[in-house]
Design a protein around this ligand. Structure first.
Ligand SMILES: Cc1cc2nc3c(=O)[nH]c(=O)nc-3n(C[C@H](O)[C@H](O)[C@H](O)COP(=O)(O)O)c2cc1C
Length: 204
């Protein structure tokens, strides 16, 4: 089958891309609403894009009513945010945090998620997330006809729970993917876990 994207509606293009570019990691982003509550939302149009400076990027669409999503508004206003990589045990609260809640209701309270101090950073992190990145806004770019906001964030500090880190024979830091147990996003409401891990050195 050959799929000509120019013949598809925007939602069909989205559905096709979301089912083919798989699995995607999920950026579970905490930002400050400025009213004493924190906002939490998942984004899977997300990737690492640069090491110097250390940058990630995630792409934020509009709300169904055409207004910008709260994550974008908060990051544009206050610049700092915390990006978590959800592990499989957090799949359900991660998914639930995508719900649109009435103003003043935080996804964190609604899901009964606990926060803890992120050492050296203004914002807290989710206590039960095994990995969290303290980030500051690097740049926002708008792209496409909706348009989407591409949020570029600079990673300042990474929290990883001790159990997910070990040193290899040369004393180099190694992060244990099986302990991070990240949720992978597939198309629609489908998710996947890590499968077989194999070691394949690069050819010289
Ligand atoms: C797993 C998952 C991945 C998502 N990825 C994106 C994404 O990449 N971009 C986007 O705009 N919305 C994405 N969404 C939808 C947002 O999470 C949702 O619109 C959320 O309510 C936005 O919250 P906010 O208005 O508090 O920022 C995703 C939802 C789920 C469940």
């Amino acid at each position: 089958m050959n799929i000509d994207l120019s013949q598809l509606s925007t939602s069909e293009v989205y559905s096709t891309m979301a089912q083919t570019l798989i699995p995607r990691p999920i950026a579970w982003v905490l930002s400050d609403n400025g009213d004493g509550h924190y906002n939490l939302a998942p984004f899977s149009y997300f990737s690492a894009i640069c090491s110097d400076p250390p940058l990630i990027m995630f792409s934020v669409g509009k709300k169904p009513d055409g207004n910008p999503k709260d994550t974008r508004i908060n990051i544009e206003k206050r610049r700092d945010f915390v990006l978590h990589i959800p592990s499989w045990d957090l799949l359900e609260p991660m998914n639930e945090s995508a719900a649109t809640l009435p103003a003043g209701v935080s996804e964190i309270d609604a899901q009964g998620l606990a926060l803890t101090e992120f050492s050296g950073f203004r914002l807290p992190r989710l206590r039960d997330s095994r990995l969290a990145m303290a980030c500051e806004l690097y740049q926002i770019q708008e792209i496409g006809s909706a348009p989407q906001a591409l949020i570029f964030g600079r990673i300042l500090n990474i929290y990883i729970e001790d159990e997910a880190v070990e040193k290899n024979a040369e004393g180099k830091l190694r992060i244990r993917p099986e302990r991070l147990d990240p949720v992978g996003r597939l198309g629609g409401p489908n998710y996947t876990k890590l499968g077989r891990i194999m070691n394949l050195p690069r050819p010289k």
